[in-house]
Design a protein around this ligand. Structure first.
Ligand code: GUN
Length: 287
């Protein structure tokens, strides 16, 4: 039987430490971290995520602003809003919630965010820093997973880590962070041949494929550490992960639940990264 990785408890612990750091920053430098979240359109999942980010920012003692824009907002309008926040020193973090409506070129939008305020870590400059082995702003979900592996003392040195899913948000940055810890990394995806056999080689298995209950016991090595990034709804509207938890849990040594695993850590790392951006704005930082 696996031990549960309690993402909720770890998130609360980090948020408690963050509250102290935010108070210190205010006392020493007179600044409050500021986060603006920009949402275009009415995607229902995005609305929930954005509301949670707003709530967490306020709970962390940040200045928080949410810009809600209609589906018909043009790319130029959105670029103008980003430029406004790039120039506004009260905001240290700018997050544009994805996905954007189809008429907006998301690459152009992400490129417009000041890399120093890119708390999502999606700007090509931050992607480059990450691949150079000098991470600055790191995508929040992989950053949260690294925190969990550290907290639960998972030794990555020389271990085989298999990632399922190659997105820019999770899979690709995750690979680099694991490489930094000297893991041997296999980055798999929906077209990988014999995926269960490949996944079964993983001492650590990270699943971010976006399909409910995709990973069954056939994918999992005895004693593996299993991290489930999935957030899917089943026919009854219940939140389920990408991993068939009941089947995999008896085989794994450590496993994240859904909910209460990766989700709370993602949002916590967003807050941590906004704080770091605020701190860098008042301290000399050598890139
Ligand atoms: N949509 C789904 N995940 C994310 C994320 O981490 N950041 C942003 N900006 N949009 C998302």
């Amino acid at each position: 039987m696996a031990k549960l990785i309690d993402g909720k408890a770890l998130a609360e612990k980090i948020q408690g430490q963050l509250a102290h750091k935010v108070a210190e920053l205010k006392a020493e430098h007179g600044i409050v971290p500021g986060l603006v979240v920009i949402l275009v359109g009415d995607n229902s999942a995005s609305q929930v995520y954005v509301r949670n980010k707003e709530r967490s920012a306020l709970a962390a003692g940040f200045k928080s602003e949410t810009v809600r824009l209609s589906d018909s907002t043009s790319e130029e309008e959105l670029l103008n809003i980003i430029e406004h926040y790039n120039q506004d020193s009260a905001f240290h973090g700018i997050l544009v919630q994805l996905p954007l409506p189809a008429h907006i070129n998301d690459k152009r939008i992400l490129l417009a965010i000041d890399p120093k305020k890119d708390v999502d870590g999606f700007h090509p400059m931050n992607t480059g820093h990450l691949w150079n082995g000098r991470p600055q702003m790191v995508p929040c979900t992989p950053a949260g997973i690294m925190e969990m592996l550290h907290e639960y003392e998972v030794d990555l040195e020389g271990k085989h880590a298999v990632i399922i899913g190659r997105s820019n948000i999770v899979g690709k940055p995750m690979a680099q962070l694991l490489l930094d810890k000297n893991a041997t990394v296999t980055l798999t995806h929906s077209r990988t041949r014999s995926l269960p056999e490949v996944a079964k080689q993983g001492d650590v298995l990270i699943v971010a494929i976006g399909q409910g209950h995709f990973v069954t016991k056939e994918f999992v090595k005895e004693g593996a550490v299993v991290i489930d990034v999935g957030m899917n709804r089943d026919e009854d509207g219940k939140l389920i992960g990408d991993v068939k938890f009941d089947e995999v849990e008896p085989i794994a040594s450590l496993i994240t639940p859904v909910p209460g695993g990766v989700g709370p850590m993602t949002i916590t790392m967003l807050m941590e990264q906004t704080y770091q951006a605020a701190l860098r704005s008042v301290t000399k930082y050598d890139y």
